[in-house]
Ligand binder design. Structure first.
Ligand code: SAM
Length: 393
């Protein structure tokens, strides 16, 4: 079926052709199944949401486009990668007429897709913390009127608080990462409604989780690995990743600036080769990472994992660090870190992130015993306790 793109602009034919090709490529790569999402992506002109001067072929490549950076040049807003946009929209399972809240308007591209999916009988609220970005998105969306005039309500503010005035929502999508679901998102979601958000669990494990609300509890219905910018503002998520220098960063759960100094100093000491560590595979690493908050991940310039390890700040003889890569490991400082690494590698199961389930219980709510089969872990944050479960392989 042919669909006219919303709005029209010079070069619209070329854009339509490239857009169609991107959708076809995503479909044949198995990254886009839903006909509704495909139709929406085939309709909304992504090139109208990328910064001026972006080449058409870049607007329709399956790549992130940076919208805004901070003073250090680090991105603070992007038009997300089309494959990720498609995946999250499939997880969100929008039906015609849904009331939707989007957190992180950015360029407004995903807002337009949401409008296409819910249609004129639905309603989309979108909140963005950055004034300039919101103004840009509002102008584009006013011009394009996606979804044949789907009502849109664009707000400037801290999305951590949601937008209570338009609740309850059938669907809530965050396009910005958190390490704890803000209570307002759960409270503003209709019972039975779906929430999709990038949730950072542990080093190397950031998941786009679709969760259904059942009373006060959120139960995941699908998870997929992702990598997202983290929520900004007074309730901002911990950055998790901190620069060590020479293009390397260390990623950890709750590392302080002092920890990073210690890790940097330890890594510069001559290490003790602790030989081969059997089972140091990526899947085993995810098991270690879920099992132990002392797990750390070392990444290169583009966030690519280069080594894994354990950082124990309070060893009997001081802090210790064990760094493993390619099946071997090196210990620095107190040897306890190397012992912990070996021990964890023996005990931790291999984990396939796509098979994990995540359940979020509000702080203070009782957490029932985990299922008898497989492996379960618990992660406690300020507002929720998360039970992560991996079924038996
Ligand atoms: C990955 S980008 C958004 C992509 C966007 N959906 C698009 O299609 O262009 C995430 C956005 O979240 C915004 N953001 C960060 N912290 C926020 C907060 N506390 N409240 C609302 N928006 C926030 C950022 O400014 C950024 O524009």
């Amino acid at each position: 079926m042919e669909h006219e793109p919303v709005g029209s602009a010079p070069g619209a034919d070329d854009a339509a052709r490239l857009r169609r090709r991107l959708v076809d490529e995503l479909r044949s790569a198995g990254r886009l199944d839903s006909p509704e999402v495909a139709r929406a992506m085939d309709t909304v002109p992504r090139d109208r949401f990328t910064p001026p001067g972006t080449e058409l072929r870049d607007a329709y490549a399956d790549r992130v486009v940076v919208l805004a950076t901070d003073r250090s040049g680090a991105p603070i807003s992007t038009v997300s990668q089309p494959a990720m946009v498609a995946l999250m929209l499939e997880q969100l399972d929008v039906r015609a007429g849904h009331r939707i809240l989007e957190v992180g308007t950015g360029s407004g591209y995903n807002t337009a897709l949401l409008a296409e999916l819910t249609g004129p009988g639905g309603h989309v609220t979108s909140i963005e913390v950055d004034d300039a970005l919101l103004l840009g998105a509002a102008a584009r969306l006013a011009e394009l009127a996606p979804g044949e005039g789907t009502p849109l309500d664009l707000r400037r503010g801290d999305g951590w608080l949601g937008v209570p005035g338009n609740a309850p929502y059938d669907r809530l999508e965050s396009t910005i990462g958190v390490d704890d679901i803000p209570p307002a998102w759960r409270e503003q979601l209709a019972d039975g409604g779906l929430l999709v958000a990038p949730v950072w669990l542990r080093p190397g494990l950031e998941l786009s989780v679709a969760m259904r609300r059942a009373g006060p509890v959120l139960h995941s219905v699908s998870v997929t690995q992702c990598g997202f910018l983290q929520l900004r503002g007074p309730h901002g998520a911990d950055p998790h990743s901190r620069r060590l220098g020479s293009g390397l960063s260390v990623v950890g759960d709750g590392l302080t600036g002092k920890d990073v100094e210690i890790i940097r100093a330890l890594a510069e000491t001559a290490g003790v080769d602790i030989g081969r560590v059997p089972g140091l595979t990526e899947r085993r690493w995810w098991g270690v990472s879920l099992s132990d908050p002392r797990a750390v991940l070392f990444t290169g310039r583009y966030g690519t994992p280069v080594a894994w390890g354990i950082y124990e700040p309070d060893g009997p003889e001081g802090p210790g660090l064990a760094i493993g890569s390619d099946g071997t490991a090196v210990g620095h400082g107190d040897p306890i870190a190397a012992e912990i690494l070996r021990h964890r590698l023996e005990d931790a199961p291999e984990v396939d992130p796509s098979r994990l389930t995540v359940t979020a219980f509000p702080a203070g709510h009782p957490v029932p015993p985990p299922p008898a089969d497989g492996h379960s872990w618990r992660i406690t944050r300020a507002h929720h306790r998360y039970r992560i479960h991996a079924p038996e392989e």
